[in-house]
Design a protein around this ligand. Structure first.
Ligand code: IMP
Length: 430
């Protein structure tokens, strides 16, 4: 059985949770490798909708192991709420089916404080973060002043470490950001309780995963956000602070690249983006608003309205190249029913020149005008269709153009949020 990485190929919100939930049926282990509570992976089962922030989307499948890897930054309060929510929906979550890395970094109250205060200070040049403390916690990880779960479950060590880090962070919060200092005792007492509640899940997950692979089990690595929000390859600085691409799977779990067989890219049939940053194929005006309403494009974590635009094959080719995407899962094709014309962005015009490659320089991207190909739309409802041949000819033509212009085959077609609204065009396990 192959080990697969599933990534978002756009700016996040591609529907990864839904695709991971589908594929999870066929694997043994599902591991999250980066991001944190900024992610919101939505899964619809038996008419129930669950939004997962840290826990892999495989948790809803009986007999599968879910792993939160070392590369994930965990907000323990949110994680505990998530566990309770999943249980209240009748699913099992215990030390047998959920493992949390002892090396995963913890989002502390000062990370959220710093994230929000900075965004406020930046005004119109803000990033548009989710306000979950993600940038500051990854910053602390790189600066070697982070707190990990291995620290949290050792009360004395945690106390010493928190005291010294907080002293330094409070200087920054008060003197640079002009906010009030945070109290040691309050944080310590709150977090010790979280540590005790989560203790049973905490372990060396790199060992768990490598042992599973050695035993011939298959692992699905679940990416969060999208390749264009990757801290290195995304539209910097309008990115998240982790490696959201396929490479992040290795760094964020301790599994070698030689153990990974396939990369599946998830792409929405159009494009969305939340927060600031360039988005060449963004649709302004009424049509953009209409697409937002048709697709229910509001952030699953923050509720913010998403910016909507046409499918961008230039961006897709770039994210597929960086991540060696083997096949695509196209989601939300059903949302496009009822549009008379549908466009695909096939190039950018920059200072009169035609660009067919995605510019790595964000300043250039900001000034790119989209070059479109226009295709006929379709009026038929797609949600109940069971195979490719029953799709309206113009929907099939649209998918063919996506394959031709991105150079990546489509393997899965998702036509609605619930599990059965899907067409498999290829068995990825064959
Ligand atoms: P942060 O990850 O909260 O620091 O936010 C940085 C950028 O990534 C912002 O533009 C966010 O809107 C975006 N972002 C973070 N997480 C997600 C996600 O799960 N889906 C879509 N965008 C996200």
């Amino acid at each position: 059985m192959p080990n697969i990485v599933v990534i978002g190929t756009q700016w996040g919100d591609e529907g990864k949770g839904r695709i991971v939930d589908l594929i999870a049926e066929r694997v043994d282990v599902v591991a999250r490798y980066q991001g944190g509570s900024n992610a919101g992976h939505t899964i619809v089962t038996n008419d129930k909708t669950l939004v997962l922030h840290h826990i892999p989307s495989g948790i809803l499948r009986e007999g599968k192991l879910s792993v939160i890897g070392n590369g994930v930054v965990v907000d323990p309060k949110v994680l505990l709420e998530e566990i309770e929510k999943i249980k209240s929906h009748g699913y099992r979550v215990d030390e047998e089916n959920l493992k949390l890395s002892d090396s995963a970094h913890i989002v502390m109250p000062y990370h959220k404080e710093i994230d929000l205060a900075r965004e406020e200070r930046m005004g119109s040049s803000k990033i548009g973060t989710t306000g979950r403390g993600i940038g500051p916690v990854y910053e602390d990880k790189a600066a070697r002043r982070g707190i990990r779960f291995s620290d949290l479950i050792n009360p004395e060590g945690f106390s010493v470490r928190l005291r010294s880090i907080l002293e330094e962070r409070n200087l920054y919060i008060t003197r640079v950001l002009g906010r009030s200092a945070l109290e040691f005792e309050k944080i310590y007492e709150e977090y010790i309780i979280y540590g005790n509640k989560l203790r049973m899940f905490i372990t060396d997950t790199s060992k768990v995963l490598n042992d599973a692979i050695s035993q011939g089990k298959s692992v699905l690595f679940e990416g969060a956000q999208g390749a264009l929000l990757d801290v290195d390859f995304g539209t910097y600085p309008y990115v998240t602070s982790s490696s959201a691409g396929a490479g992040g799977a290795c760094i964020g779990t301790g599994v070698s690249p030689t153990k990974i067989d396939l990369v599946m890219g998830v792409a929405k049939a159009y494009t969305t983006r939340v927060g600031e940053g360039p988005f060449p194929s963004e649709i302004s005006g009424d049509l953009g608003i209409r697409l937002r309403e048709l697709g229910g494009e509001y952030g699953s974590t923050t509720g913010r309205p998403r910016r909507c635009g046409w499918f961008d094959s230039v961006a897709l080719r770039y994210s597929s190249m960086i991540n060696a995407v083997s096949g695509l899962a196209i989601t939300k094709l059903d949302v496009l029913s009822s549009l008379d014309k549908i466009k695909i962005c096939v190039g950018y015009r920059y200072k009169g020149e035609l660009l067919t490659e995605f510019p790595s320089n964000t300043e250039i991207l900001k000034h790119c005008e989209p070059v479109y190909e226009e295709l006929d739309g379709w009026r038929e409802e797609l949600r109940d269709l069971k195979n490719l041949s029953s799709l309206p000819p113009s929907a099939r033509a649209y998918l063919e153009r996506i394959e031709e212009t991105t150079g990546v085959p489509i393997w899965i077609l998702s036509l609605g949020p619930s599990r059965e609204k899907v067409i498999f065009l290829r068995d990825i396990f064959s």
